[in-house]
Design a protein around this ligand. Structure first.
Ligand code: SAM
Length: 217
């Protein structure tokens, strides 16, 4: 994402009631934080938050946490959130590498990755959010029946993910290279990037992955 630093964004994020500071404190206790026993779904690299905000409005029976590492980007999501009554939606301003410090084993029921940065150079492959390194982090926090859902218009990143995810010990249970014209389109909620790139005519790819193994653990 092209970044324009917004002066003062750090302080606004720090003071926002919708961004949880010191999230490690709630590790293993997110149900207590939300005050219910509902499932927990997270979006990693949520950008300006259109997708997770619409999801949270459509599913009050699910708790959502959106994760974005840059304050200038997160600020847009916070502004949207402050106009809505969505007690099931909060945000974290952290790097996804810290996920296991924030969520206990099996605490997350679904992980969304949308239009993740492609990091096309081989030497940056570890930074891709579908790399074996990141899949290993998701393995630590995801519930036994949990899923990872990934969307992108970047064919290089999608082809890489079709290989890297099974190599990391996961099974891809559904995938398409043209989401909007496939039977996976039902109930699809667009992200900011998805709206922009599909308007340019780019087909959108999607896959859903679960852990491999007889009983899916
Ligand atoms: N998901 C949004 C969408 O589809 O419109 C935004 C896509 S944008 C290309 C990717 C976002 O992921 C950026 O805002 C970036 O800062 C964030 N991001 C990338 N790597 C991250 C990481 N390791 N931890 C947290 N956020 C990350």
């Amino acid at each position: 994402m092209r970044l324009r630093h917004i002066p003062g964004s750090e302080q606004q994020i720090e003071e926002s009631p919708f961004v949880i500071s010191g999230p490690e404190e709630f590790r293993g206790q997110w149900n207590m934080f939300f005050g219910n026993e509902n499932p927990l779904h997270i979006e990693v690299g949520m950008g300006k938050g259109r997708f997770i905000t619409e999801l949270a409005a459509a599913h009050p029976e699910i708790n959502y946490i959106g994760i974005e590492r840059y304050t200038s980007v997160l600020l847009k999501a916070v502004e949207k959130r402050s106009l809505l009554f969505l007690p099931n939606l909060y945000f974290l301003c952290v790097d996804a590498r810290t996920l296991p410090d924030i969520f206990a084993e099996g605490e997350v029921d679904r992980i969304y990755l949308n239009f993740s940065d492609p990091w096309p150079k081989d030497r940056h492959a570890k930074r891709r959010l579908t790399s074996p390194q990141f899949m290993a982090l998701y393995d630590r926090i995801l519930a036994p029946e949990g899923q990872v859902e990934f969307k992108t218009d970047n064919m290089g990143l999608f082809d890489y993910s079709l290989e890297s995810i099974p190599e990391a010990g996961w099974t891809i249970i559904a995938s398409t290279k043209d989401l909007h014209h496939s039977d996976m389109a039902e109930g699809n909620i667009m992200t900011e990037y998805e709206a922009k790139f599909s308007a340019m005519g780019n087909p959108i790819c999607k896959l859903i992955a679960v852990r491999s193994g007889e009983s899916n653990r």
